[in-house]
Every structure is written in C-alpha cells, then in structure tokens.
Design a protein around this ligand. Structure first.
Ligand code: NAD
Length: 369
C-alpha cells in the first residue's frame, strides 16, 4: 500500500475543528487498508501571522511544494481585521494558490436527497443536483494590474481593478472543464460576458476553438454570466460542468452553494498544471470561511472539509474506491438522520463537529469491513 504525503493547514476559526474531522476519517481509512497517509501540520492565515508575522512563511510554502497534496481549513477572522492589507490572512491563501500555480478551482454542488429541504429552493428543483463549477483561479480581475486607488486633481478618488486574460490561461482551464465533462455527462457550459467585456470576447473565442479542435464529442453551450446566475436558481439541474473566470466563478459558486442547503457541505479542489510525472500540485479546501461566529463551539459542519478529502483521494491519488467510500459514508450518515446545526430542521437535535466526523468514520469502517 503506497503512503501519500499530506500537508494539513488547519488555519483559523473553525478550520482546526473541521480538520480534526478529516484526521478522524483518515484514521478510519488507514484501518481499511485502502490508503495510508503521512501527515504534517503547519500554520497559515491568522495563525501564521501570530506565529511568524506573515500569513504564509517561506518554510510553510516549501513544505507545501514538497507535499503530494494540501488540505486547508479556512483563514481569517476579526482578530486580524487591522493588519496591513499585504499580510492579511487571505494573502497567505492567495500566495499559496499563486506560487503553486493552482489555476483550476473545482467546486461541486451536490444536493443530498436527505438535505433537499434545507435548500433555499423547492425540493424538486434541487433533489439529485450534481453540478461542478470550474473556476479560473489565478488570473482575471483579482490579479490584473493596475490595481490601485489614486487621488484625482479635484481630490476625488479613483479605484481601478483590471480584468486580464491571455489565450493560454483560457485554454488550460477549458481543457480541465472538457476533460472533466468526459468523465461525467459530456456537457460543458461556459459563462462570460462577451456582450460587454473584451475579456469575455476572447474567453468565448478560445473556449470555442479548444472545443472544436479537441472535444467534438462534448456538448458545449455558451451562457452570459448574469443569465447563468438566473438559470442556477431557476433550473440548476440543466447544468453539469460550468466553466468560468475568477470573478464570475466566485459569485456563481456561492449561488450554487445555497442550492445545496449549507456552505458547510461544499468541498473544493484547486489544481495546477500536469507536470512531467503526470501529477499536479493540488490544494483541497472547503468553500466556507473560518466562521468566527461559531468557532470554538464544536458547532461547525465538517462535511465540506471531509468532502475535500474525498476530492483529494480522487484527483491527486487516483483512489476512486477510497473516495467513493468516504462519500458513501457521508451520504449514509445524513440519510441516517445525523445533522449538524447548520443543516438541522428547527426543533431537531444537532450533533457537534467531532460527533459528525465520528459517525462518518464509523460508517466508513462498517462499509469497508
Ligand atoms: P464564512 O463562510 O466563514 O461564514 C458564513 C456563514 O456560514 C456563517 O454564518 C458561518 O457560521 C456559516 N458557516 C460557514 N461554514 C460553516 C460550517 N462548516 N458549518 C456550519 N456553518 C458554517 O464567511 P464569512 O463569515 O463571510 O467570513 C468569515 C471569515 O472567513 C472572514 O475573515 C473571511 O475573510 C474568511 N473567509 C475565508 C475563506 C477561506 O479561507 N477560503 C473563505 C471565505 C471567507
């Protein structure tokens, strides 16, 4: 049995609590004999600012570069609201994504039948929903230059962010989306705003060409990003793989989050380019933040974090059977009625973070026995 090197970066707020849930599940997985992991734990975000004065130290970055995959909890919180912009907790995460070249962010939105009533939409619209948003993560308006606030001669201020995309950046994310679609239902929707943005014109052009040259067997649809937001709440099951840029992906994936009932349910993967050995740098993290409002109370839902582990098993290590086992254990635990507070119906009893992870690990052990 191969041993995989995992770097755990719990981060801040509920990060350490949900990461403890992952360690519980890793323990159960090791017992099944399907996979064994060597884990190392380090600091990121506010925890790293407190320890080293920077949200990502060079030593931690070096560990991240050496790991087979990284699991990250969440960063940030009110304690660090006053720190300089360049060393705020989120800057640690952005640096990690940038330095490791993690350009493809995969965010599945799956609605477990047991949770369909927790969605903001009607059960029939979301039950059985299984879509995946492929968001470009290292380009676009969050990184483009100039990015500044200047003072005009009349004393007014002027703020500029720059949306930039190059052919290569669009091509590589398009390949990720089309390759993924081939393993799913064979459908891709590409969202941009070519009607008002030059970057949208190029995006549509490049995605169309990559499709025609390499993926004639996959169905491609172009959708304007604003219409896409509307369609996601009108009839979400019409989509399967949805590829889009950094900004639109940020927003559309949060819309998709609410379709599933809770932010606490949504995992994500951030992948780099394939290297010569056929492997990629990869970071797996829940979509949610550090949830300071519930931190330290054993009230967080660990499923987004545990789902991120399942994605890690599937995408970094090709351990499909182990990933299926983790996902089936989550589905069965929910079907059995266990609920953390965020997904519990009013008046019903909720279990804590540790108990939920323990139930999932127990189901996994029983399933593998
Ligand atoms: P958040 O995702 O932390 O919380 C939003 C709401 O969802 C809160 O009410 C929270 O209690 C709830 N929630 C989130 N995760 C949950 C879980 N696992 N179980 C149960 N409930 C959960 O977003 P926010 O409040 O806007 O941000 C809080 C902090 O997190 C900020 O400092 C923000 O910058 C940071 N943040 C970090 C990341 C990241 O690390 N990737 C992402 C988003 C926000």
């Amino acid at each position: 049995m191969a041993t995989y090197k995992l770097l755990l970066l719990p981060g801040d707020g509920i990060g350490p609590e949900v990461m403890a849930g992952v360690e519980t599940v890793l323990g159960a997985l090791a017992e099944t004999g399907l996979a064994r992991f060597e884990t190392e734990t380090d600091r990121v975000g506010g925890a790293a600012i407190d320890a080293h004065g920077t949200p990502l130290s060079d030593a931690t970055l070096a560990r991240a570069e050496a790991a087979d995959a990284i699991l990250l909890g969440a960063v940030g919180g009110p304690k660090w609201n006053g720190v300089a912009y360049d060393i705020r907790p989120e800057a640690g995460l952005l640096r990690l994504r940038k330095e490791l070249g993690l350009f493809a962010n995969l965010r599945p939105a799956i609605c477990h039948p047991a949770l369909a009533d927790a969605s903001a939409l009607k059960r029939e619209l979301v039950e059985g929903l299984d879509i995946i948003i492929v968001r470009e993560l290292t380009g676009g308006v969050y990184f483009g230059a100039p990015k500044e606030i200047t003072t005009l001669p009349d004393g007014a201020k002027r703020a500029v962010d720059t949306q930039v995309y190059t052919t290569g950046e669009i091509e590589r994310i398009a390949h990720v989306a089309f390759d993924l679609a081939r393993k799913r239902s064979g459908r891709v929707a590409s969202a941009e705003k070519h009607n008002v943005m030059k970057s949208g014109v190029l995006w549509k052009e490049v995605v169309t060409r990559v499709h025609a040259q390499h993926y004639a067997d996959v169905e491609l649809e172009h959708v304007l990003a604003d219409n896409c937001a509307m369609q996601l709440v009108r009839r979400p099951k019409q989509f399967d793989v949805l590829v889009t840029d950094n900004l639109f992906g940020d927003i559309l994936s949060d819309v998709a989050a609410m379709l599933t009932g809770s932010l606490g349910m949504l995992p994500s993967a951030s992948l780099g380019a394939l290297d010569g050995r056929g492997t990629r740098k990869a970071l797996y993290e829940p979509v949610h933040g550090s949830a300071p409002d519930i931190a330290g109370r054993d009230a967080a839902n660990p499923i987004a974090m545990i789902g991120s582990l399942a994605m890690c098993l599937r995408y970094s290590f090709g351990l499909g059977e182990a990933a299926d086992l983790v996902e089936s254990a989550v589905t069965a635990t929910l079907a059995g009625g266990a609920r953390t507070a965020d997904i519990a119906s009013p008046g019903t009893e909720a279990v804590g973070t540790g108990a939920m992870a323990g139930l999932i690990a127990a189901d996994l052990r029983a399933r593998a026995a």
